[in-house]
Write a protein that binds this ligand. Structure first.
Ligand SMILES: Nc1ncnc2c1ncn2[C@@H]1O[C@H](COP(=O)(O)OP(=O)(O)OP(=O)(O)O)[C@@H](O)[C@H]1O
Length: 636
């Protein structure tokens, strides 16, 4: 039984004007191992079409092709890919080597799909290159070879997976006489080694060289002439098992292609890195600024004490009195250790040696005040003690304001009596300290309470200072207080709001910066689309070698992935570098790292870069995988 038999092969093409063009009209023939068959005939007679059908590249035909009793018609696309990998070796007129791979790597593409170990693959590739006389050119690229040498590489590649059938389409078409003779000699050796060589040719020299000539005319087999006895009928003992190219090989191939197009890829990497860099910088600055605000605010105020007032819809909550009931309610909240009465004084007049200064905002002392805020002296915890902010004190003595310490001043505070009539409370106070805050004066609750009592007024607090035991309990306490429809006052209460605005601003800026990521995604799409166009032939070659669609797809996806990973890392590195220099510069001014590249931002940046590049690769990779192998091979 013959190795290859074709029965009743018919094939038509549709022309652009909608006509049907019959190219092969019922071809039947069989071929055996050891044969060197030349197919000759007029140009356009259907020779290449027949070869594509035998090679399993074209499945749109009627009739059948049987190889080792297996019908090609019954095969799925994956099975046909495997059939090409294991049974077919291609030699083309225009060599069809992959330009960005070395001679050795071109031969290895086929071998990488065999089950041989990497060492065996290299040994076999080197052995085949020695066989075709090119062992010393293994490391060079195809454009550094002569036409004859290129065809020898193509022959070595065709033999790599040890296929039974070698299909040579005009193998000597681009060669001079000497090279033609050398290649024919090699083909002779191949057929003599027990393989079937089928060569499509216009050359009489080639046709006369083989063991048999088939003459195609007008889509029909008109002559089948045996020229010589078959070289050998040596049966193959073992066949090389194959598998798909796989992720590792496609990834390495993508890397090699990128190396050969370094300039373009560096530009895309740089563009993408700028995008990632800008996004990370915005997020890191947002985090740094909000951290700095927390640090400053909780550094100047006691973070475990919050000031609470009544919530009022319209009007000033600072003027609504807090009752004993409020005090009890707040004291009973979990983790509350202390509740202190407090009084807001919208304006306090302070008189010293006949000179009167009015503060814009004052309140009674409570635990939210930190001693470190004092420039000198101590907090006004005792009776009839007052501390002044530095700016207020300077109004009395610009250059030596500290001289006011321990001096007596008179204060006047506006309040209301039991009939809600306005009264002015006044008393002499001793200045016991100065604070960094601005335009304020602070006295204790007891002091103001006594001033009121002196005028027979029972002063009700206008806020309560609630202290909790631990910093971690502050946030839950604040939300519980809010749920009870109280209001949180003091700067600390605004941290969340400011935080929200800073976060929002940094997200908006990061969003704007992300536009450059979009641009880099478009760049990747454009470059990959162009790449699909310029690599159409390469895709055809790979498909002819038995590479599956999925591997073609992963070839392009790998390129995008490499770009995504490299530009994300570069962007991150640049952002980290900037943060180091900004923070070291900021250290001398604010003693705080104002740009914080959190690990989450690094992960986010990496994930964004990868996702964007994968999305960008999707359409071009699909386009490449969907290319018809026959059309891709004939692409000029
Ligand atoms: N994809 C296609 N669509 C339409 N017609 C096609 C297509 N491919 C080939 N043909 C036509 O089929 C016919 C046979 O083409 P084929 O390439 O098989 O001929 P050939 O014998 O190999 O020619 P040559 O010796 O010049 O290489 C030609 O007329 C060609 O124009």
């Amino acid at each position: 039984m013959s190795l290859l038999s074709i029965t009743h092969i018919k094939k038509s093409y549709s022309t652009v004007d909608g006509q049907t063009l019959p190219v092969l009209k019922d071809i039947t023939a069989s071929f055996d191992t050891g044969e060197f068959v030349s197919i000759v005939g007029e140009s356009g007679g259907g020779k290449s079409t027949l070869m594509n059908i035998i090679a399993g590249l074209d499945s749109h035909f009627s009739g059948d092709v049987q190889v080792n009793h297996q019908s090609l018609r019954a095969m799925s696309e994956h099975q046909r890919d495997r059939y090409r990998r294991e049974n077919i070796g291609f030699i083309f007129q225009s060599f069809n080597l992959i330009s960005h791979l070395t001679v050795l790597e071109n031969v290895l593409v086929s071998l990488e799909m065999t089950n041989l170990s990497r060492k065996q693959q290299h040994a076999r590739a080197e052995h085949l290159l020695t066989q075709v006389g090119l062992h010393d050119r293994a490391k060079v690229y195809p454009n550094q070879l002569s036409g004859g040498q290129k065809q020898r590489v193509a022959i070595a590649r065709a033999l790599a997976s040890d296929p039974e059938i070698i299909i040579a389409d005009e193998p000597t078409g681009a060669l001079d006489e000497q090279n033609t003779q050398d290649i024919l000699h090699l083909l002779d050796q191949i057929s003599a080694s027990g393989k079937l060589v089928i060569a499509v040719t216009h050359s009489q020299i080639v046709a006369d060289h083989g063991t048999r000539v088939l003459h195609l005319e007008n889509g029909q087999l008109v002559h089948d002439t045996q020229l010589k006895p078959i070289n050998s009928l040596k049966q193959k003992t073992e066949k090389l098992a194959t598998h798909r190219l796989g992720i590792r090989a496609t990834f390495l191939m993508a890397l090699k292609h990128m190396q050969r197009n370094l300039g373009t890829n560096l530009l895309i990497t740089f563009g993408g890195a700028i995008g990632i860099f800008s996004v990370v910088v915005m997020l890191a600055l947002g985090r740094g600024v909000s951290g700095y605000m927390h640090h400053e605010i909780s550094g100047n105020l006691n973070p475990t004490t919050v000031e609470v007032t009544h919530k009022v819809k319209n009007g000033n909550s600072a003027a609504v009195q807090m009752t004993a009931h409020d005090m009890k309610t707040l004291s009973n909240l979990p983790h509350v250790t202390h509740v202190e009465k407090g009084y807001f004084m919208p304006s306090v007049q302070i008189q010293y040696h006949g000179q009167q200064v009015t503060t814009s905002y004052s309140q009674t002392y409570n635990k939210t005040f930190l001693s470190k805020n004092l420039i000198s002296g101590h907090n006004p915890t005792g009776n009839n003690e007052i501390i002044l902010s530095r700016d207020v004190a300077k109004k009395y003595n610009r250059h030596h304001y500290q001289q006011l310490l321990n001096h007596q001043v008179t204060i006047y505070v506006n309040a209301v009596d039991t009939q809600q009539k306005p009264v002015v409370l006044s008393h002499n106070m001793k200045v016991v300290g100065f604070t960094k805050s601005s335009n304020t004066a602070v006295v204790s609750w007891a002091t103001i309470d006594n001033m009121a009592k002196a005028q027979r007024i029972k002063l009700q607090p206008t806020f309560l200072a609630v202290t909790t035991d631990r910093l971690s309990h502050v946030k839950p306490l604040q939300s519980k207080i809010k749920k009870l429809h109280y209001n949180l006052t003091g700067v600390d209460a605004y941290i969340d709001t400011i935080d929200r605005y800073v976060c929002l601003a940094s997200y908006v800026l990061a969003g704007i910066a992300a536009i450059s990521l979009l641009v880099s995604a478009i760049m990747i799409i454009v470059v990959l689309y162009i790449s699909v166009g310029t690599r159409t032939k390469e895709i055809g070659i790979l498909r002819a070698l038995g590479v599956q669609k999925a591997d073609i797809r992963s070839l392009f996806v790998s390129e995008a992935l490499i770009l995504g990973i490299v530009y994300s890392l570069l962007g991150l590195l640049l952002a980290k570098g900037l943060s180091i220099s900004i923070n070291s510069a900021a250290h001398s001014f604010i003693h705080y790292p104002i740009m914080q590249v959190a690990p989450a931002f690094a992960l986010f940046a990496l994930a964004t870069g990868i996702v964007i590049s994968l999305i960008a690769a999707w359409a071009p990779a699909h386009k490449a995988a969907k290319l018809d192998p026959v059309e891709a091979l004939s692409y000029e």
